[in-house]
Design a protein around this ligand. Structure first.
Ligand code: F6P
Length: 478
């Protein structure tokens, strides 16, 4: 068994990233900045409710001598990565192999043996650190596709622990997963957990089926029976947001004023369309901007009537697909504005940046139509944040059928992002919708979001984890 540190923690969160990144400003000064993406948004409130927990993760960059530290009340343990590990584990295996493979092969996944070796190495280091920090019989919650080998590595080191794993992104159907040369190792890695959580029931079913076919374990519904007597459960826990927190923020006078100022800055058009995404090829940004521009070109409305604000949050800029995507999108925005815009009235207001929560809330409040059109997305928390911020029960959500959020937000205008004409029709309907229709839909979606917030998500995962691991308690060392 691994040595337990004198300061042992009852809850250890293990994620590829810390909730903050170490960034170097142009002046050379180093500062901590909040990491992008849904994972941080979801886990931070969970940590805060478990006062004594610790979070293990990578702070970005190649810094080596990193010490544990506190940030806004969270205990953080930074893990270093070498340049080779960043290229092999993070940019390579995680984001150029697994990411496209798990997102329906929207881009072609690359399979390289050297990347796999770095992935294994980084997973092992994270598992060893968790083994060191967790209290006896403590709980370790491992997150996402970058760390799928950690559960089994950790179980080998610390069989006394209760281990949960949650996948924030989709889990692909067997036909796609089977392409992976290391498919069996990944499945066995995940089976080290007592509970493996997914966004949607189909993902959990895909996993159980693959375990039966590829590893040969017995399964019954959502349970997997291991030869050593352990039982692993695979189930869906659709993730959510801090809805009350967003609602409060959106109601604050500063955010209300800022939303007004944003509308004015945009020339007070009749309708503001909004997209906020990490600049990722799974998000369907290109297709949605084309659909919007064609509505102007076809004469359904004019640049005086409507503007599309697209916030593209910089992401994974060293990965080739992402660099190409940025060029493609920026060329498209330039062409649309060049063809359709007028002085002081671009058709698309494009921003390549990330914003703090306050500015996001103001944008959500300012926008009449939120457009979320991924080709595949585990959940998509932006859609839920928009709904939470619409405290006046107005505004329209145009949402891809292929985002996990579509399972819950059924009153959105649901679209197939591959169907440009279908998207145009939905955008136009949302543009023309009567206030009563908007209120009917928004009220229903707000009810859903307020009943299933991130606290409820974490609580249900934790309760289930206790339950499952309780069944196999007799197998744990005393
Ligand atoms: O939610 C999916 C996710 O990939 C997280 O695991 C990740 O932290 C986030 O998006 C942002 O991506 P990255 O860490 O690659 O910047």
């Amino acid at each position: 068994m691994a040595k337990v540190s004198p300061v042992a923690h009852d809850l250890v969160i293990v994620a590829n990233r810390l909730p903050v990144d170490r960034v170097t400003l142009p002046s050379g000064r180093k500062v901590w900045r909040r990491s992008p993406g849904g994972l941080v948004t979801a886990i931070e409130p969970v940590m805060r409710t478990h006062g004594g927990g610790v979070w293990i993760g990578w702070p970005g960059g190649t810094g080596q001598k990193l010490r544990p530290f506190e940030d806004e009340g969270l205990s953080l343990v930074p893990m270093s990565m070498t340049q080779d590990e960043i290229e092999g584990h993070y940019e390579g295996f995680s984001n150029a192999t697994l990411w496209p493979l798990y997102h329906d092969v929207v881009a072609k996944p690359e399979f390289h043996r050297e990347w796999w070796d770095e992935y294994v190495q980084v997973n092992r280091r994270f598992a060893e650190k968790a083994a060191q920090l967790a209290a006896k019989k403590g709980t370790v919650w491992v997150h996402d596709y970058q760390l799928q080998l950690v559960p089994q590595m950790l179980r080998d080191l610390r069989p006394d622990l209760r281990i949960g794993f949650y996948l924030h992104i989709p889990f692909p159907p067997a036909e796609l997963f089977q392409q992976l040369p290391w498919r069996r190792q990944i499945l066995e890695g995940l089976l080290g957990a007592d509970l493996v959580g997914f966004q949607l029931p189909e993902a959990a079913a895909n996993f159980v089926r693959l375990v039966r076919q590829r590893v040969g374990h017995k399964t019954h519904r959502d349970l997997i029976y291991l030869p050593d007597g352990r039982t692993v459960r695979a189930a869906a826990f659709p993730i959510s947001i801090d809805s009350a927190g967003f609602e409060e923020l959106a109601s604050s006078p500063d955010v209300v004023d800022r939303a007004k100022a944003l509308r004015e800055a945009l020339g007070n058009p009749r309708r503001i369309f909004l997209g906020i995404d990490r600049l990722d090829y799974t998000k369907g940004i290109y297709a949605r901007l084309r659909a919007f521009s064609e509505l102007i070109r076809d004469g359904h409305f004019d640049v005086e009537d409507a503007v599309f604000v697209q916030v593209a949050v910089p992401s994974r800029e060293q990965v080739e697909h992402y660099r190409i995507l940025r060029d493609d999108i920026e060329r498209l925005v330039g062409r649309i504005n060049g063809d359709l815009g007028r002085i002081g009235r671009p058709a698309i207001s494009y921003l390549h940046t990330s914003y703090p929560r306050e500015e996001m809330a103001a944008l959500y409040r300012a926008a009449d139509i939120m457009v979320v059109t991924p080709y595949r997305d585990g959940m998509n928390l932006v859609a839920k944040e928009y709904v939470a911020c619409r405290v006046e029960e107005d505004g329209a959500l145009v949402l891809s059928e292929f985002a996990g959020a579509a399972e819950e937000l059924k009153q959105a205008w649901l679209v197939n992002p591959y169907d440009i004409n279908g998207m145009k029709a939905a955008l136009l309907e949302a543009y023309q919708a009567e206030p009563r229709e908007l209120a009917r839909r928004m009220r229903a979606m707000r009810k859903t979001i307020s009943q299933h917030d991130v606290k409820a998500w974490a609580a249900s995962f934790m309760t289930e984890l206790e339950d499952v691991s309780h069944h196999t308690k007799h197998l744990r060392p005393a």
